[in-house]
Design a binder for this molecule. Structure first.
Ligand code: FES
Length: 191
């Protein structure tokens, strides 16, 4: 004997379960992938350059921004090079000139060629002059022209350390400074 109430409850539960089974939940859609668009926008914001950029574009231009900044620095360095880029090797042997340089602290005056650094010339005398990099990249070899603006007495083959106004005050890097006239030099002087 089938109990009508039990049968009714059973049918109702089956219907509810079937209905739940087919009911769709809140649909979740995968967001659009915008990474390529972002990369392209970043790449478009980077100025074009004349040199190959093997990695910069492929990473979306972030690296290219850095390279662009480097380019700007390169231009600055280039400007400095125009001022400082004296090449002593460009002086022919028969055009070498000698100048009387008074090394004040050493108490002597010696002849220094215009293709010889003031540091080398002093060391040739046996003086223990200060230096470190010998490439114009630090301040260890600093010296000072006693009479004023160093531009009028020396030219540097490289100066990555002294600011323009410091050179105007007479400071030089003896490791990369070549004399262009006679003068008095105070060694071991830095700004
Ligand atoms: S020794 Fe470094 S700048 Fe002269």
């Amino acid at each position: 004997m089938v109990e009508p109430l039990g049968l009714g409850l059973g049918i109702t539960m089956v219907v509810i379960v079937v209905a739940l089974h087919y009911t769709k939940g809140t649909e979740w859609r995968t967001p659009d992938d915008i990474s390529q668009e972002v990369l392209e926008r970043r790449a478009a914001s980077v100025p074009e350059t004349d040199f190959p950029e093997p990695m910069n574009r492929s990473i979306g231009g972030g690296g290219a921004v850095a390279v662009g900044g480097g380019g700007a620095e390169g231009e600055l360095a280039g400007d400095e090079d125009e001022d400082e880029g004296f090449d002593p090797a460009s002086i022919a042997d028969d055009e070498v000139e000698y100048f009387e340089i008074e090394y004040v602290n050493e108490g002597e005056t010696i002849e220094v060629a215009n293709n010889e650094t003031l540091l080398d010339a002093g060391e040739d005398e046996g003086w223990d002059l200060p230096y470190a990099c010998r490439q114009g990249q630090c301040l260890s070899c600093g010296g000072k022209v006693a009479d004023g603006d160093a531009h009028e007495y020396v030219q540097h083959s490289n100066n990555e350390t002294l600011a323009e106004d410091e050179v105007e005050k007479g400071y030089i890097l003896t490791c990369t400074a070549y004399p262009t006239t006679d003068f008095s030099l105070e060694t071991n002087e830095t700004p």
